[in-house]
Design a protein around this ligand. Structure first.
Ligand code: ADP
Ligand code: ZN
Length: 297
């Protein structure tokens, strides 16, 4: 009997559930709005119960923050989230109990990073990061072949970067830090600063020069801290195609030739790249996590 895996992309706005084994084999996909935990997790359980073939394991790439410490009494929970109603929600445990299969939970960005490692632009690498710039800014990735965990999980979107209030009086929108990277550069920050949604700002608008500068400042901090072999950057805001070339140029300038190692030193086009799995990155990453669920001790 072949192994079949379940994947859940658990976002603050929508959930996507699917079963499959790889990018060419994803079936029975369903998506629904994220409402209350009981309704949303209930629909997720119903979807998997209705699958005709038994599942080997389920992976969840979720919004957070999450408790990923196996020794913690709240392991597998969504913890201090600002998403109304979801604080302290037992997520992985409830699914495991209802469906009676191994369930592996990780952050949405770590799951997407794992998918890129298995099938996308991070194949063969052992240290890389995945940053997404959308409603918020999240970062995950691998160090030395392992998805990054630690005390908790990385919160790369919340690094502080230089903010010149004369050049940019916008105070930032992070509920916790004000003008951290997310507070200054996520999609809603662009919208508030310029008074219109980012998707309506033309490619030559000065908003994009400032955005590229902020993203590059954040990335350079992460590059210096982790020495990734590649940086993957995605999310809705990167749909503005003028942005990525400017991010690359700013990163190159900010490094000041300090790291004389290719491709960072001579080819930022191949060093800072878009994800390969596109719209399916979330759910494929979750399927990749499910495959890890059975290979881990
Ligand atoms: P989420 O973070 O909720 O998963 P996305 O990654 O799709 O969602 O990002 C949503 C953000 O991307 C919103 O702030 C939206 O304004 C912005 N966005 C969507 N389309 C574009 C576009 N074409 N150019 C720039 N920004 C965009
Ligand atoms: Zn913050």
């Amino acid at each position: 009997m072949r192994s079949l895996y379940g994947g859940i992309e658990a976002g603050g706005t929508k959930f996507v559930c699917a079963v499959g084994t790889c990018p060419d084999d994803v079936s029975a996909e369903v998506r629904f709005a994220t409402t209350t935990p009981s309704e949303t997790i209930g629909r997720t359980i119903d979807f998997f119960r209705e699958r005709p073939e038994p599942l080997t394991a389920i992976g969840i790439g979720s919004f957070g923050p999450l408790d990923l410490n196996p020794d913690s009494p709240t392991y597998g929970y969504i913890t201090t989230t600002t998403k109304t109603g979801w604080t302290n929600t037992n997520f992985a445990g409830v699914l495991q109990e209802a469906l009676n299969v191994p369930v592996l939970l990780d952050t949405d960005v770590n799951a997407a990073a794992l998918g890129e490692h298995k099938w996308g632009v991070a194949q063969g690498l052992d240290t890389f990061i995945y940053l997404t710039v959308g409603t918020g800014i999240g970062g995950g990735g691998m160090v030395n072949g392992h998805l990054i965990h630690g005390l908790s999980h990385p919160e790369m979107g919340h690094v502080y970067i230089p903010h010149d209030p004369v050049r940019d009086p916008y105070p930032g929108c992070c509920l916790y830090h004000g003008d951290c990277l997310e507070g200054l550069a996520c999609g809603p920050a662009i919208e508030e600063r310029w008074g219109q949604p980012p998707e309506t700002l033309p490619a030559d608008h000065s908003a994009w020069r400032l955005e590229a500068r902020y993203l590059a400042l954040g990335l350079v901090n992460i590059i210096f801290a982790l020495s990734p072999q590649r940086v993957i950057i995605g999310g809705g805001v990167l749909q503005q195609e003028s942005l990525l070339p400017m991010v690359r140029k700013n990163v190159h300038e900010l490094i000041h030739d300090f790291v004389p190692v290719p491709p960072l030193s001579n080819d930022t086009d191949s060093y800072i790249v878009l994800p390969a799995l596109g719209q399916k990155a979330g759910v494929l990453g979750a399927i990749a996590l499910a495959q890890q669920a059975i290979s881990l001790p």
